[in-house]
Design a protein around this ligand. Structure first.
Ligand SMILES: NC(=O)c1ccc[n+]([C@@H]2O[C@H](COP(=O)([O-])OP(=O)(O)OC[C@H]3O[C@@H](n4cnc5c(N)ncnc54)[C@H](OP(=O)(O)O)[C@@H]3O)[C@@H](O)[C@H]2O)c1
Length: 281
């Protein structure tokens, strides 16, 4: 029996397991659809209820894959999608959301994010998000790729403090947000969603990560995910289209790493000593 996944509580009180599933790269090739759906469903069986997608992924194709994966299981899921910045006008946000709802086959998105900052004023996008909330088409809204100064600006616009999450690049090899953005969000109870948590696979070949993981009969992916799950208020959304890897990733919850090994990892992947601008993939 797997250990339960720790949960995080959103500002509105909704509690969601901290380990979820990404979908970037899905819905691009019809020949992979069955495997992608099966992998997401296996993830749901394992309690990874949060599924992160976007109108961008596969040009809407990933949302369609998610729609098929959650058919008949909506109650077990927490669905996150995102609007392109160039659609994020007062009217465009509503139209984009309706398109996402249709592709997902649901009548409400649990968390709807501005994918990254664009040219529309934040106040306009927030107004659209609040209208979507009032009409029941989304439960909550948030942002993505927002650095601390962006968050401060967001807090200064009407309704901006209703932001429910910030999804950013964060993994053991990219710890810049620990300097300011992470504590800024933690102190305001705004969850961070860590994207590319295994650096899209690139960190899995790191010899020190492999060496320390081995001591726990774990894989480097599990250790990298466990590193993020240790942090307060951080969701982790690895993407896989492979059922075995979904199981492997789920197993990160059971790792109990010693303080000595966390310190050893700090030597290899040092926490930031100064502000660095937020990176983006
Ligand atoms: N807001 C944003 O701007 C933004 C940007 C990037 C990502 N995201 C979101 O965050 C999610 C995760 O980030 P990501 O997809 O960039 O990268 P990631 O989750 O760090 O890595 C995904 C890659 O790693 C492979 N993989 C997964 N588990 C593995 C394991 N246990 N062992 C070996 N390889 C494994 C996957 O291949 P297989 O599928 O073949 O297993 C895939 O190629 C995305 O899918 C997306 O939902 C958001």
């Amino acid at each position: 029996m797997d250990d339960p996944i720790p949960t995080i509580t959103f500002p509105d009180g909704t509690e969601v397991p901290a380990l979820g599933q990404g979908t970037w790269g899905m819905g691009e090739d019809a020949g992979h659809a069955r495997q992608e759906i099966a992998s997401l469903r296996a993830g749901l069986d394992l309690g990874m209820a949060m599924i992160d997608t976007a109108e961008m992924y596969g040009d809407g194709g990933a949302e369609e894959i998610v729609g098929q994966a959650i058919k008949g299981r909506r109650g077990e899921t927490f669905i996150v999608s995102k609007v392109y910045p160039w659609n994020a006008s007062r009217k465009g946000t509503i139209t984009a959301c309706e398109g996402s709802l249709k592709r997902l086959g649901i009548d409400r998105i649990d968390l709807y994010l501005l994918h990254w900052r664009g040219n529309y004023p934040l106040a306009e996008t927030v107004e659209a998000f609040e209208a979507l909330k009032a009409s029941g088409k989304i439960r909550a809204w948030g942002v993505s790729n927002f650095d601390t100064d962006d968050m401060e600006e967001l807090f200064s616009v009407p309704g901006g403090r209703n932001v429910a999450a910030n999804q950013v690049l964060y993994n053991i090899s990219r710890r810049g947000i620990e300097y300011d953005l992470l504590p800024w969000c933690q102190s305001r109870n705004i969850p961070i969603m860590a994207y590319s948590p295994i650096e899209q696979g690139r960190i899995l070949h790191h010899p020190d990560l492999i060496h320390i993981a081995k001591a726990y009969q774990a894989t480097p992916a599990q250790l990298a995910l466990a590193f993020l799950l240790e942090r307060d208020g951080v969701f982790v959304i690895p993407k896989t289209s492979n059922i075995d890897r979904a199981r492997e990733n789920r197993g990160c919850v059971s790792l109990d790493i010693t303080d000595e090994d966390w310190e050893a990892l700090d030597e290899v992947f040092p926490p930031p000593a100064k502000k660095t601008p937020l990176e983006m993939l």
